[in-house]
Design a protein around this ligand. Structure first.
Ligand code: NAP
Length: 307
């Protein structure tokens, strides 16, 4: 694939930014990759592992002269970064982000983007429970959707260029408006994370009673909650503080359904439980048919035994 931008600046050098470095390099999408992270320690690691071509000591220095600036910091840090880089942005450059929430990020960042610079928010729907500059890998975005969220007046050519860039990194792309994005993500990601955090918290209380049984028998489903609940606390704190309304709306519906299931269990209403579980099973089938997960038992952890 051909180069899409001359100079790409990554502000924040964690899981998402480091995966982008590897994915950009794999496809030759950037002439030069410049990076910045807040702590000297992260910048030092990035230099040591050769993550970017240049690691700068300030966000402004990294963003200056860049054709594409990607904000890869927690949602709650977007505004201060935008404020710092706003004055140095090159005319004609594109600023994008990878934040998991879109409405509040747009409200926080847009006022700092000068005339003549394109602001096109985006969100790759790909991640792991790991963080930091060493956690990235080139395949993270392969066959996963990146949602592009153009704002009023976004230049179609600049949007098309950003979509080409994401597809070059292996992603599928789609466009959505910010509020719809935040509602969809509340259902598919944010509320499930909150439920996982809660379940692991409850089990932790139980562990005090039963010693190590919770860990010993975790393969019975609990293990998958623990993986999700191991995600970065700062990132997820910011997600919930910034996608408040949609998350509360979905949590409300979740609680109602949970009560209905609770009642069905109490009343011995097997039909209700069976119908409900039949419906949810078909959702899993739909995800597999859409190529968004493996059909292998236990997510492929179970290897077929060799005869
Ligand atoms: P990460 O691995 O924790 O890295 C975050 C980076 O941001 C680090 O380089 C950190 O610098 C820097 N940073 C943190 N606070 C900052 C601040 N106040 N000012 C400047 N820099 C700051 O995070 P990530 O998983 O890559 O997530 C980055 C963004 O991607 C978030 O907005 C998140 O919502 C979004 N996202 C995450 C996932 C996922 O599953 N992880 C998926 C899709 C989108 P130091 O290392 O120096 O602290």
């Amino acid at each position: 694939m051909a180069q899409v931008y001359d100079r790409v600046a990554l502000i924040g050098l964690g899981l998402i930014a480091s995966s982008m470095c590897h994915a950009m390099r794999r496809a030759g999408l950037a002439g030069e990759i410049v990076g910045y992270a807040r702590s000297a320690e992260t910048r030092e690691i990035a230099r040591e592992i050769g993550l970017c071509d240049i690691v700068c000591d300030s966000a402004a220095e990294a963003a200056k002269d860049a054709d594409l600036v990607l904000l890869c910091v927690p949602v709650g840090a977007m505004e201060s970064v935008a404020q710092e880089i706003g004055p140095v942005l090159k005319k004609g450059a594109t600023v994008s982000d990878v934040g998991s929430v879109k409405r509040t990020v747009i409200d926080a960042v847009a006022p700092h983007i000068p005339q003549g610079v394109h602001f096109i928010p985006a969100h790759p729907l790909a991640g792991t429970e790991h963080s930091g500059p060493r956690s990235g890998f080139a395949e993270l975005f392969d066959n996963r959707y990146t949602i592009i969220v153009p704002v009023a007046g976004s230049d179609p050519a600049a949007v098309a260029q950003l979509e080409t860039f994401w597809r070059g990194m292996g992603a599928l792309t789609d466009e959505m408006d910010a509020d719809h994005h935040d509602l969809v993500l509340a259902v598919t990601s944010h509320t499930p994370h909150l439920i996982a955090y809660t379940m692991v918290g409850v089990a932790d209380d139980l562990r005090r009673v039963t010693d190590s049984e919770v860990i010993k028998y975790s393969a019975a489903g609990f293990r998958d909650f623990t993986r999700i609940a191991a995600s970065d606390p700062v990132m997820w704190r910011d997600v919930f503080l910034n996608n408040k309304e949609a998350t509360l709306e979905i949590l409300g519906r979740f609680t109602e359904e949970l009560f209905a299931l609770q009642r069905a269990i109490r009343q011995g209403d097997g039909d209700h439980l069976h119908d409900y579980f039949t419906r949810t099973r078909s959702i899993r089938r739909g995800i597999i048919e859409a190529g968004q997960d493996t059909d292998a038992p236990d997510f492929g952890r179970v290897k077929p035994r060799k005869e």
